[in-house]
Structure formats: C-alpha cells, structure tokens
Design a protein around this ligand. Structure first.
Ligand code: ATP
Length: 326
C-alpha cells in the first residue's frame, strides 16, 4: 500500500490466520497466532530469535504442517493446496545454496518458464527476465555464475527467484541480511514497487527495526509463540506509556518532561506561553526500537505468559525450590 495507514481494501484478504499452533515434540512454539493481511499490504514480522517467525512463514508457505488452527493463504489451506496455488506465491528463504554453476540470466530464464502455464489475463506470468534482472539490480552480473556472486548479490538473486512468477503474495525471510546500505535502499524501493504497482502482498521477517519501520504498513511482533503487537509503526509507538520526551533549556538549566498522554504539542504550547526564556526545545518521540523492547519485555515478564510457557507444574516446582533455598 502506498499510503501508510491507508484503510485495507475491503474484503480483499490475502492471508487469514486464526489460532495457529505449532508443537515440535513436547515444545509449544506457536501457541495461538492470529492475524490477517490484505492485498497490497506490506507486513513485517518481528520477534527475538526463536520466537517462531520462520515456523509461521513455513506453515503459510505449505512447507510445514501445523499442529492446529485455521490458515487461509490466497483463499486456500496451504496444507492441501495445489501447484496452481503455489505458482501464485513467491518464497525467499533464509538461505538458498543451489545452482552455483548456472549463470544468473540462464537460471532465472529456466525458472521463469515454469510459470508460463499459470499466466492469467489479470496476471501475466512470468516476469520478463531482462526487466527483472534490472529491477533487482543485477544487470551487470547477468552473465556471472551464481557461485561467483557476492553475498549481497546472491541475496538479490534470491529475491529475483522469489518474484519471477509475479506472485500475488511474497514471503521474504530476512531478505536484506548481508545487504550494504545501497542494496538495502534498492530493495526497499523494490518492495514498495511490488506493493504499490503490482498490488502484491508482502510478509517479511527482519531483525532490523529501522527496516520494518520504513517498509511495513503493519508490524506484527511475535514473542514466545503469540502476537504481542499488531499495528502500524505509529500505532505501536503509541502503545508505550511514555509517548514523547520534551527537553528544553531555561535559565541555564536543562529540563525534561515526559508526555505520557495525548499530543506533546499541547505541552509545548503551554511551556512557551509560561516560560518565555525556554530555548533549545526538542521533542523526542519513542522510537520503534523503544516500543519493541518494551513490548517484548512486557510479554516476557507477564506471569500468565510465563506460566503458560513453562507449565504449572514447572512453575510450582521453581517457586518451591526458590522458597526452599531462601
Ligand atoms: N524442525 C524443528 N524441530 C524442533 N524444533 C524446531 C524446529 N524448527 C524450529 N524449532 C524451534 O522452534 C523455535 C522457533 O524457531 P523459528 O526458527 O521459527 O524461530 P525464528 O523466530 O524464525 O528465529 P530466528 O529469528 O532465530 O530466525 C525455536 O526454539 C527452534 O529451536
């Protein structure tokens, strides 16, 4: 979506996830994940290492069977979807290390051919390979063997492979890992282009909060198996109790005031009315990083969540042990 916070196109749901659960052996990794994504929307899935981001994406891609819950991806359940459905998806995995001897253009041309039969009047498939090579910034490397590409160039190729079929929905697992700042910016332009001009839905995982803020219409924070926040970067920033800090100098002293409710403009207006000597005024909004750290910390210190994670018996045992020790 081009405009941040624009209302989603009504009823045009690309992804619908309800109470998704995943258990590996005896370990509950996803304990009830619910969210949806609309066509043309860019979603960033954030969360600490091991939160379950890749697991979630792999289930949505149809690569992993879920333990419970309902999932609809482009109108189908990925657990039972067919090849025609798969052709409408783009997948960029965390690492992809095949086809080293192929040249970039040949590999993309080869993969592109698989999508021809799935072309429709609405979506012409595949992407024109020369155009795609230009779009991902590999024009100068079109004849280079894949094994000779640098890490960042390799990642651009991964992205090209993921979108060569002109997918309606793209999953990008840490797409910019290893990108230099220039490549990163070009990649951001590409994601905006996919969303704005192709109406592609994009679900990406990242550990880069700045990237999430720049790219995403909506951010989902996954922590310990559930979504602990779901909103635009601005909405998430508002979740913090301390919304903004106002700093200023007056009579040679520095002052700081935390505005916890409402618009800091009102406070600034009153300040300037009452303190004509105020100078060096600065309003600092909570950054997405502040919000993220606060959300994850809040979720981790929630006793109900802790009990759910460890199980009542284990919690009781821990408490007993601590009592016995003290
Ligand atoms: N095949 C598997 N068998 C058992 N446990 C697994 C398997 N795959 C992942 N896990 C565990 O599930 C949890 C979630 O892993 P996952 O890879 O989904 O997290 P993530 O949020 O993508 O992490 P990261 O940010 O490090 O990539 C981890 O504790 C991981 O060890």
């Amino acid at each position: 979506m081009s405009a941040r916070n624009a209302p989603p196109p009504s009823g045009d749901v690309a992804l619908d996830v309800r109470d998704l659960r995943m258990r590996y052996g005896t370990k509950d990794v996803l304990t009830g994940v619910s969210f949806e994504a609309y066509r043309g929307e860019v979603l960033a899935l954030l969360g600490p290492n091991g939160a379950g981001k890749t697991t979630t994406i792999e289930i949505l891609e149809g690569f992993r069977m879920r333990s419970a819950g309902e999932v609809s991806v482009l109108g189908q359940d990925p657990a039972h979807a067919d090849e025609a459905w798969r052709a409408r998806l783009g997948v960029v995995l965390q690492s992809w290390r095949d086809h080293g001897r192929w040249r970039v253009r040949d590999l993309l041309g080869y993969l592109a051919r698989f999508y021809g039969p799935y072309s429709t009047p609405e979506v012409k498939r595949p992407w024109d390979v020369e155009e795609l090579i230009g779009v991902v910034g590999l024009a100068e490397h079109a004849n280079v063997k894949v094994q000779k590409l640098s890490g960042g160039q390799r990642r651009r190729l991964d992205v090209a492979i993921g979108i060569v079929g002109r997918p309606e929905l793209v999953f990008l697992d840490e797409p910019t890992a290893g990108f230099d700042p220039h490549a990163r910016r070009e990649f951001h332009d590409l994601v905006h282009r996919l969303a704005d001009f192709e109406n592609t839905t994009v679900l990406l995982t990242t550990h880069d909060l700045d990237e999430a803020e720049k790219l995403a219409d909506r951010i989902l924070v996954l922590d310990e198996g559930t979504i602990v926040a779901n909103g635009s970067p601005e909405q998430l920033a508002r979740e913090l109790t301390t919304q903004a800090e106002v700093r200023w100098m007056s009579e040679g002293r520095r002052h700081v005031h935390a505005v916890t409710e409402g618009d800091p403009t009102q406070f600034v207006r009153e300040l300037l009315t009452h303190d004509s000597g105020a100078s060096e005024l600065e309003v600092k909004r909570a950054s997405l990083e502040d919000t993220y750290m606060s959300l994850v910390h809040r979720a981790e210190s929630d006793p109900a969540r802790r009990a759910e994670r460890t199980g009542p018996t284990q919690t009781d045992q821990t408490e007993q042990t601590e009592e016995a020790q003290s």
